[in-house]
Write a protein that binds this ligand. Structure first.
Ligand code: EPU
Length: 419
């Protein structure tokens, strides 16, 4: 097992580079199931979830590999498609269920393990499956697997009950090769969905409205692409903004997607954090004390649930009180008891947290429970007095590429140790 040891209290100063987006890369890599020719993706982050995706693609007949030991390009080859996505891979990464629609579109048959819940919530996929049924798929559950059959997927007019990121991505992928026109309504509008649609359009797909809540897709007969560059990771960038801010630092975040971070930067601005956006980077600094703020997580362009835990670390040191309302996931407060071990004063009541700022946090051994909760503990550790030991960092490695190296380059005293 590995842990991160952080000796807090050093204001971060220097440059931190943003990697490619995990949540854009995953569906984009899976969409290569739809292609008839090999493709190379650039700016793919080197993460555990990407390795799982590559392993899944290999099993499905789309061998996917980084083109060298340290780079960020992944080449996907075209071999005979296989219809089965095994539980061993799906259980380690729920997003694997996104292969169901593309396999049905290509093969008319698929056997895909149904993902279970995860630490942050039950995370059912009924919006995905109902919509696929409207497109002509017959789905049944057998021994933990979704068995899907269809002659051909056909276009349909689908209204999601609520905006779902994975559901919207899944149905875009299912519809691009279907017969006729699909209209997706009440879609999620996260930038990663737009990135997926942009890639598919570059391969010949006929998609419009991909950054709105109504997406039109007219099926085409085949798709082929050659290269695509994945967008920068807005959540990783937001995490670095929060890290610099909590330490009272002054950093340049290289390749920071500011437009996609508007809600996060607005809220951090309210809390006393300053930003100077330049063409290639964004300077983040803080000289005044942090001020409390109120925040509610919402689908994009609202405040992202994936930045809630990191902002709460900041709030725990802000003057006055703050509130956080989590509306997307039912169990996304697992960082709260760990932050409390470091001295944070947070009261939880259902989906609402009330945070009373304290003068300082104190380093402690803490346990990471999921990806973004882990990030909030790292951020808190950077500001805390003394040493913080973050355990179970395999969660962190799912979504942050070498976070300790990037933070260390900006002066943080942080190291990875084996236990
Ligand atoms: N939901 C349902 N039924 C469905 C689909 C979703 O009840 O059929 C519920 C979910 O349980 C959740 C809410 O709807 O309560 C929103 O889920 P959504 O489908 O939008 O999320 P997702 O596609 O499962 C992606 C990201 C998450 C991010 C959310 C929200 C990927 C691989 N994952 O999940 O990222 O929090 O959108 O923005 O893109 C992370 O990176 O740490 C992470 C969890």
């Amino acid at each position: 097992m590995e842990e991160l040891l952080i000796d807090g209290g050093v204001p971060l100063r220097g440059d931190i580079a943003v990697s490619g987006s995990k949540n854009a890369a995953l569906p984009i890599l899976f969409s290569s199931i739809l292609l008839d020719a090999p493709v190379t993706f650039h700016n793919v982050p080197r993460l555990r979830d990407i390795n799982t995706t590559n392993a899944m693609l290999e099993v499905l007949g789309r061998p996917a590999r980084f083109t060298d030991e340290t780079g960020h390009s992944v080449r996907v080859e075209i071999e005979t498609l296989s219809p089965e996505a095994p539980y061993d891979l799906v259980k380690t990464m729920r997003a694997s269920v996104l292969v169901l629609g593309p396999l049905l579109a290509r093969l008319g048959f698929a056997r895909v393990a149904l993902p279970g819940g995860c630490a942050i919530g039950a995370r059912p996929v009924e919006q995905h499956t109902r919509a696929l049924e409207k497109m002509g798929a017959e789905l049944q559950l057998d021994s933990g697997y979704i068995i899907g059959r269809c002659k051909r997927l056909h276009g349909a007019d689908i209204t999601f009950d609520f905006p779902t990121v994975g559901g919207t991505e899944h149905l875009i992928m299912a519809a691009v090769l279907a017969d006729g026109e699909t209209i997706l309504r009440n879609c999620a509008r996260e930038p990663e969905i737009t990135d997926l649609a942009n890639f598919l359009k570059a391969c010949g797909a006929n998609i419009s409205g991909q950054d709105s809540d109504t997406i039109h897709i007219r099926g085409v007969s085949s798709l082929s692409g050659s290269e695509y560059r994945v967008m920068p990771d807005r959540v990783e960038a937001g995490t670095f903004l929060a890290a610099a801010a909590i330490t009272g630092g002054d950093c340049k975040i290289l390749g920071c997607p500011i437009e996609e971070l508007t809600a996060v930067m607005t809220k951090m601005g309210e809390m006393g954090v300053s930003f100077d956006p330049y063409a290639e980077s964004t300077r983040v600094s803080r000289t005044a004390p942090l001020r409390g703020a109120d925040m509610t997580t919402r689908p994009y362009p609202g405040f992202p649930t994936d930045m809630q835990a990191q902002l709460m670390a900041l709030m725990s040191l802000a003057q006055g009180s703050s509130t956080v309302e989590e509306t997307i996931f039912e169990n996304r407060f697992m960082h709260v008891p760990e932050l409390a071990r470091m001295g944070a004063d947070i009261r939880l009541s259902g989906s609402r947290a009330v945070i009373r700022g304290v003068g300082h946090l104190v380093g402690a051994p803490v346990m990471a429970s999921d990806l973004r909760a882990s990030a909030s503990l790292v951020i808190a550790g950077l500001a805390a007095r003394g040493q913080t030991r973050v355990q179970r960092i395999y969660h962190l490695d799912r979504g942050y590429e070498h976070i300790e190296r990037k933070l260390e380059a900006a002066g943080a005293r942080i190291r990875r140790v084996k236990t």
